[in-house]
Design a protein around this ligand. Structure first.
Ligand SMILES: C[S@@+](CC[C@H](N)C(=O)[O-])C[C@H]1O[C@@H](n2cnc3c(N)ncnc32)[C@H](O)[C@@H]1O
Length: 239
């Protein structure tokens, strides 16, 4: 897990403290990055090794919202990456549609194993990347970048910037980023880890002027144990 040292006041990239956090914590981050990276991997491997994929709080039986948004944006399909796809059924549904070239990236090899097994033979039609999104060098060019409940785990500005750099490099002009994070009134933690919660304006500020807001909504997710979680869903188009 990330050291609590990295969690700025308010834990929000849109805060005025973000830049200062970055400057003062850079040295510390470099010293401990190897350890924290290992911690992050082992956290997620442990989650997917010890829990059923249907019992994790973020489980959704059908990725209906994402599919509806994608149908509206790109009915013809295209190349998409599901960042931190975990054991989500999004890949199953996109492969079934037949007009999507799908990449699933996740830090946890166990999650990828679960999903590949479930897909069976058609898993061969999907590109799989088992890496940290803040470090990967394996990205291609995509028409859509999909992230449900991953970006909000990046609680230090260095990781957020690394994520945004990868997004900028790999999303084509005119492409879309669909991001769902906990909303300002959402939970402060997920899977035992602290998260940053975002409004749509905070997400827009982080992404910068190169990304134009296409659509957004507040979502409510019901966890398998019946808890309600408020999400911000935002779709931006790269100018
Ligand atoms: C809350 S789960 C969401 C899973 C999936 N997006 C869904 O909607 O079901 C977060 C996922 O992101 C992955 N993850 C967390 N940090 C990551 C990182 N830095 N790079 C890549 N994947 C990461 C975890 O392994 C996990 O599968």
């Amino acid at each position: 897990m990330r050291s609590l040292d990295y969690i700025g006041t308010g834990c929000c990239a849109g805060s005025a403290n973000a830049k200062n956090d970055y400057t003062t914590m850079l040295g510390k981050h470099q010293l401990s990055s190897e350890k924290t990276e290992l911690d992050r991997v082992s956290h997620w491997e442990n989650v997917y090794s010890t829990k059923q994929t249907t019992e994790v709080s973020w489980f959704e039986a059908e990725p209906t919202t994402s599919l509806n948004v994608l149908d509206q944006l790109l009915p013809q399909g295209g190349r998409i990456i599901d960042v931190g796809g975990g054991a989500s059924f999004l890949v199953d549904r996109l492969v079934e549609k037949g007009n999507w070239d799908v990449t699933v990236l996740d830090i946890a090899s166990t999650a990828i194993k679960h999903t590949r097994k479930r897909l069976g033979e058609v898993a061969g039609d999907v590109h799989w990347i088992c890496e940290d999104i803040t470090e990967t060098k394996q990205l291609m060019k995509y028409e859509v970048w999909h992230d449900r409940a991953v970006f909000h785990f990046l609680t230090n500005p260095i990781d957020r910037q690394a994520y945004l750099d990868r997004l900028n490099e790999s999303l084509i002009g005119g492409g879309y980023v669909l991001v769902a994070t906990f909303a300002p009134d959402g939970p402060e933690k997920c899977s035992g880890l602290p998260v940053c919660r975002y409004s749509v304006d905070e997400l827009a500020n982080l992404l910068g002027k190169e990304f134009k807001l296409s659509t957004n909504s507040q979502l409510v997710h019901l966890t398998p144990t019946g808890k309600i979680q408020q999400f911000t869903l935002a779709v931006f188009q790269k100018v």
